[in-house]
Design a protein around this ligand. Structure first.
Ligand code: ATP
Ligand code: MG
Length: 571
């Protein structure tokens, strides 16, 4: 491709709206253009990279035995009602009406559509397992579309769905997909980790996420370097360490005027923070039912775990007004000294709470706290569970070593759906004994456009993007430093031809611009290699520059193709 005929509009200035490096560089290098919040066009260079990631996905999915389909974006409300998700998806799902006032959605995901296909086609266990996937545009009206391709409202995803006759079949397909996805991310040249994850609105039991490690990542991940435990903080657990047990003392109500924060309580009452219990008030957004969550003073509540525990779409903290309405006193709430049941409050205690002896808690009267409260003797709760947030240095529940925190970008997610969709949508087959069984489903997704952005987060420097060869829009940029010099131009033309004819994707910067200008664009766009035809062109000598290392080598024109092909294996 000749640069002069191509469509590339690079920018000198970074657009103000871009916060993270991938967003800045995608805009500056002219790979994408914004149309509306979270909605982007892919310009030619960007589209090439997107297609390359797509093709890697395609190759690895086919290798793993998955078969490509292409399903509609436009989906009728009926299938969403059937699965029970019409009322659950909330505002993230874009809903529209057709001319007959019938409800439709723009697919945020395709579990319902694929289940509808398979249930009408497959009737015997003999046809299973099957694994169907597509690469398709998804629509999600995200609350906060941001970071360019990272969190779009319209984005490209590959989504695959497996159907098995039993749980063992599903487990096998899940592992198969985990391997295939690992291959995809490896081939994209990414440093990634697989972690246990929460299943979110897609549902099911058992899911893992593929995270590209980057400080700009929106997800916090918990790792153990000793035993390789890894989990999204939403799901992560730890081994509790508690203070030694004491002989039980009697509760004492003490005045704590204006001392509501746990740090102030600890400082003023001279108690150890590990012998305090915080009470946080939430409500279920669907039913409005109030919940009190008790947790040790030095630990934070994990709202995702609470939400899953009570099996609802979301929870929110009660406002000051709602707290007063319940007859509670903000900052002085606790499990003891008040009949919480009569107020309709469900009390949940983290496991950390039940192990503490003689703990401090809110006094349930203004400006007071209780000392020496004891779970079991003084109060009970409705549910004891793990609802805590794990942090750096907490203890690994598998091997006992300290856990570490890092940030990641979720680029892939695999789920064991089980019968979550096949049951309500009646996707059944006859098993070996002629008995009707509900199919076991798995679903698997990679954010193709997000992966493109994530790659830039890991591969850049102050001059621009550094694409790995596998997903670079072009592998080589041939540059003549002086377009008026016939030797240079002739050599550049010759090498452009030779590289292209040998299957190396090459762009030839034939623009009538200064060399420095061309170099800047080449670095910004991130071509892995530059072939520069400069002063020694008459002797048939060029400079080959490696973008990632900055290394430069002088080579004869006859060695160019061979050298580039060698380097392509390495970068
Ligand atoms: P997130 O937690 O980031 O909102 P999700 O868990 O809702 O993502 P999934 O339903 O698991 O996403 O979708 C599969 C994959 O699609 C994700 O792993 C991610 O790579 C990609 N993805 C999801 N939402 C977006 C988005 N708004 N923009 C770009 N890619 C996305
Ligand atoms: Mg996910």
């Amino acid at each position: 491709m000749r640069f002069s005929k191509y469509y590339v509009k690079t920018l000198k200035e970074t657009p103000k709206e871009a916060e993270v490096v991938s967003h800045k560089l995608l805009l500056r290098s002219g790979m994408i253009k914004k149309l509306a919040s979270g909605v982007y066009s892919y310009l030619p260079l960007g589209y090439r990279t997107l297609r390359k990631i797509e093709n890697i996905v395609r190759e690895e999915m086919e290798r793993a035995g998955a078969v490509e389909v292409f399903m509609p974006v436009l989906q009728p409300a009926e299938i969403w009602q059937e699965s029970g998700r019409w009322d659950v998806m909330g505002e993230e799902m874009i809903r529209i009406k057709d001319r007959h006032e019938r409800d439709f959605v723009l697919g945020p995901t395709h579990e319902e559509t694929i289940t509808d296909i398979v249930r009408n086609d497959i009737f015997s266990y003999k046809a299973l397992p099957i694994n169907l996937y597509q690469i398709q545009t998804k629509f999600r009206d995200e609350r906060r579309p941001r970071f360019g391709l990272m969190r779009g409202r319209e984005f490209l995803m590959t989504d695959g769905y497996s159907f098995s006759v039993d749980r063992a079949g599903l487990d096998k397909e899940f592992e198969n997909m985990q391997q295939a996805y690992s291959k995809v991310f490896e081939r994209c040249g990414l440093d990634f980790r697989i972690v246990d994850a929460d299943s979110g609105a897609i549902g099911g039991n058992g899911s893992r996420e593929f995270h590209v490690m980057a400080n700009s990542g929106e997800d916090e991940l918990i790792f153990c370097d000793s035993c390789h435990y890894g989990a999204n903080v939403e799901k992560a657990t730890n081994k509790l360490t508690s203070l030694p047990k004491e002989e039980l003392k009697e509760p004492v109500l003490v005045p704590t005027p204006n001392i509501a924060k746990i740090e102030d309580v600890v400082a003023n009452l001279g108690v150890e923070i590990e012998r305090t219990v915080k009470a946080i008030m939430y409500k279920d957004v669907v039913t409005d039912a109030p919940y009190m969550v008790l947790i040790r003073g030095d630990i934070e509540v994990n709202e995702v775990k609470v939400k899953n525990l009570i099996n609802t779409i979301d929870i929110v903290m009660l406002t000051d007004e709602e707290i007063s309405k319940l007859g509670l006193f903000k900052g002085f709430i606790g499990p003891y000294g008040m009949d919480l049941k009569s107020k309709g409050i469900t009390v949940i205690a983290d496991e950390s709470v039940v192990e503490i002896t003689n703990h401090t808690a809110g006094g349930n009267q203004p400006d007071t706290h209780y000392l020496n409260v004891n779970y079991g003797r003084d109060y009970t709760v409705d549910i004891v569970a793990d609802v805590r947030t794990v942090k750096e240095g907490d203890i690994c529940s598998i091997c006992g070593k300290p856990l570490r925190v890092a940030r990641g970008i979720e680029c892939g997610h695999i789920f064991k759906l089980g019968k979550k969709y096949s049951e309500p949508m009646h996707a059944v087959v006859l098993d070996e004994n002629g008995k009707e069984v509900v199919m076991e489903m798995g679903c698997y997704g990679i954010g193709v456009s997000r992966t493109m952005a994530a790659s830039i987060e890991q591969n850049n420097d102050e001059n621009g993007i550094i694409w790995p060869v596998s997903i670079a829009p072009y592998v080589v940029d041939v540059i003549a430093t002086n377009m008026k010099d016939e030797d240079q131009v002739n050599l550049a033309e010759e090498l452009y031809g030779a590289l292209t004819n040998n299957g190396v994707e090459t762009i030839y910067d034939d623009r009538n611009e200064r060399a420095g200008f061309k170099f800047k664009d080449a670095d910004l766009i991130g071509f892995p290699f530059k072939v520069v035809c400069g002063k020694k062109s008459a002797e048939g000598i060029v400079e080959l520059k490696i973008r990632r290392t900055g290394e430069t080598m002088e080579i004869g024109k006859d060695q160019v193709v061979e050298t580039v092909k060698e380097l392509m294996k390495k970068y």
